[in-house]
Write a protein that binds this ligand. Structure first.
Ligand SMILES: Nc1ncnc2c1ncn2[C@@H]1O[C@H](COP(=O)(O)OP(=O)(O)O)[C@@H](O)[C@H]1O
Ligand SMILES: [Mg+2]
Length: 327
């Protein structure tokens, strides 16, 4: 679909990554559509979203070839989440939850500005200085609005099968931010279990499972997977969009609860482990309004989350105090 080059920005003396679309794709897209979507993506400013430095449509050497569509972004010296998973297969629960939390935070910012990613996958999460950066906003949208038969011939499909929401898998047109939430759920599943929720020896089989099958339980694939994460997966991967987390912010809050419980559990003496149970994050997120991107979590649930967070904090502080003052 594209080639990413490592380049030097001569004016500012810095390394940048330049993404150049393949000629056949550039031809189908055309410069206007591409540059419009990149411009919208470039307006997103968030520490966990990979910025766009510049973009353009370079004039080709010969008149009959398509203009060369490109955009430049900061070069991230780290690795992608895909590289990481290829190497380690499973991440610690703590790290998986932190990465998912950061991706959900980045999405919360983008969604609030009406930008949906549509192609959240480990390849588009770059890990840098211990943080997750979301890359490639705007590209999938440009391709979707092209909506052209010739796109299929370029080998591009709407989304990436292992992370495709049921509505994307069915080719529905009114994709919304909840497809991104579904994809984050698939990534959490993979970071914990070492495989995406739905696997098969053909794209069709994977797609059918997204549409019809419930995901396996994490516990069946990994002993130390917290039950609260299964609840998050259940909600993120609901077939019906109205049953999912309704906002990325609601998902972030639910993930923070799991992170707090994990911290607390690690701080407890080993004999008392596995006793930390928090209320399931279910209540934090199932809001009836299906479409509004900015729907806040209900106040009651917010208060519950704050109360549980405060309790966890007090418990950790008490434990640290006891350990420090013990002779
Ligand atoms: N800004 C960047 N800095 C460093 N590496 C990058 C950057 N953007 C992309 N890459 C690398 O280039 C690879 C190809 O990116 P891309 O063309 O977007 O395809 P995909 O996301 O499907 O892997 C990524 O997997 C990543 O390893
Ligand atoms: Mg990419």
């Amino acid at each position: 679909m594209a080639t990413v080059y490592l380049a030097r920005d001569l004016k500012h003396g810095r390394l940048v990554a330049i993404k150049v679309l393949r000629a056949e794709l550039a031809h189908v897209l055309g410069p206007e559509r591409f540059l419009r979507e990149i411009e919208i993506a470039a307006r997103l400013q968030h520490p966990l979203i990979l910025a766009v430095f510049d973009s353009g449509a370079a004039t080709p050497p010969s008149e009959d070839s398509a203009r060369c569509l490109w955009y430049a972004m900061p070069f991230i010296a780290g690795e992608s989440l895909r590289d990481r998973l290829n190497r380690e297969k499973q991440l610690s629960v703590e790290e998986a939850v932190r990465i998912a939390c950061e991706v959900a935070q980045a999405l919360g910012c983008a969604h609030a500005q009406g930008v949906i990613h549509r192609d959240i996958k480990p390849e588009n999460i770059l890990l840098s200085d211990g943080h997750a950066l979301v890359a490639d906003f705007g590209i999938a949208k440009a391709l979707v609005t092209a909506g052209d038969q010739r796109l299929t011939e370029t080998g591009w499909s709407m989304g990436t099968p292992p992370y495709m929401s049921p509505e994307q898998a069915q080719g529905l047109e009114n994709i919304d931010h909840r497809s991104d939430i579904y994809a984050v759920g698939c990534m959490i599943f993979e970071m914990i279990s070492g495989r995406p929720p739905f696997v098969g020896n053909s794209v069709g089989k994977v797609i059918m499972q997204h549409i019809q099958s419930p995901p396996p339980k994490l516990k069946e694939l990994r002993d130390d997977a917290p039950e609260a994460l299964d609840e998050i997966i259940r909600q993120a991967l609901a077939k019906d969009r109205a049953a999912r987390f309704q906002t990325a912010d609601a998902m972030t809050e639910a993930l923070r609860l799991v992170a707090a419980a994990e911290t607390l559990e690690r701080a407890l003496p080993s004999g008392t482990r596995n006793k930390v149970t928090l209320p399931t994050p279910a209540a934090a997120s199932v809001a009836p309004a299906p479409a509004a991107v900015t729907t806040p979590a209900p106040n009651r649930d917010r208060r519950l989350l704050i109360a549980v967070g405060a309790l966890a904090f007090v418990a950790i502080a008490a434990l640290v105090f006891v350990l420090l003052t013990r002779k």
